[in-house]
Design a protein around this ligand. Structure first.
Ligand SMILES: *Cc1c(COP(=O)(O)O)cnc(C)c1O
Length: 223
């Protein structure tokens, strides 16, 4: 990774955020990237990183140099990994069903700060894909809000990867509308996680407050 890649991405994020009149955070998606690349980015001041497997997140976190960084789980959460996720993640962005909620809360240690949670929405209603339906968001958010060991922070979506750009724009816009409706019931929420390497500027223009960028920061992934 060239030393100025982070700066260049932050500049693009900043420009898009200014145009949208918003504040946007950058999540560096480090899945299948070498430790040394994560370390370099951290040294340059990047503090928030995302992994899509619980084991991968735990493996990073276990290392002293990465322990103070902020770790987000952005991949699907299997039932047998809930305890590990609750104990090791700072954020879980992929909560998409009620049975995860009580278990995440139960396993979050009393000595830890409350776990930050996003509700993942299957915004294009793709069959077989992670995420709840738009219609399920209100009930799931209400369930999360009942748990003192969890903090509802907002919504997350991964729109269909390959549609026309206009389709993606309308998916982002639908997420923004859903986010605003959710905020009426939960005024504390502040995070709409959407946009990746290919489309983070479009996502910001449509209301994203956190973008998840992997390859544009790190280069192509291994394997
Ligand atoms: C891999 C991944 C990203 C990053 O994708 P890039 O195209 O490499 O920026 C973002 N979000 C999720 C949920 C991912 O799994």
């Amino acid at each position: 990774m060239h030393p100025s890649t982070l700066e260049a991405i932050l500049e693009r994020v900043g420009r898009a955020a200014t145009a949208a009149g918003s504040r946007v955070r950058l999540l560096a998606v480090s899945k299948r990237q070498p430790d040394v690349a994560v370390e370099r980015l951290a040294q340059q001041g990047q503090l928030a990183f995302g992994e899509n497997y619980v084991q991968a997140l735990c493996a990073r976190r276990r290392q002293a140099v990465f322990a103070a960084l902020e770790w987000h789980l952005i991949g699907p959460l299997q039932s047998n990994k809930i305890r590990l996720a609750a104990l090791n993640a700072d954020w879980v962005q992929s909560v998409d069903r009620a049975d995860l909620v009580g278990k995440l809360a139960r396993h979050r240690a009393a000595t830890q700060p409350a776990l930050n949670v996003l509700v993942q929405v299957n915004v294009d209603a793709e069959p077989g894909k992670s995420g709840c339906t738009a219609a399920e968001v209100a009930a799931l958010c209400a369930r999360i809000a009942m748990e003192p060991r969890l903090v509802l922070r907002g919504l997350m979506a991964i729109p269909r990867p390959d549609p026309e750009r206009s389709d993606r724009r309308s998916a982002f816009a639908a997420m923004r509308a859903l986010f605003e409706r959710t905020r009426d019931a939960h005024p504390g929420i502040d995070t709409l996680s959407m946009g990746m390497s290919e489309d983070f500027e479009l996502a910001i223009a449509e209301g994203a407050t956190l973008v998840r960028v992997g390859t544009a920061l790190f280069g192509e992934r291994a394997g």
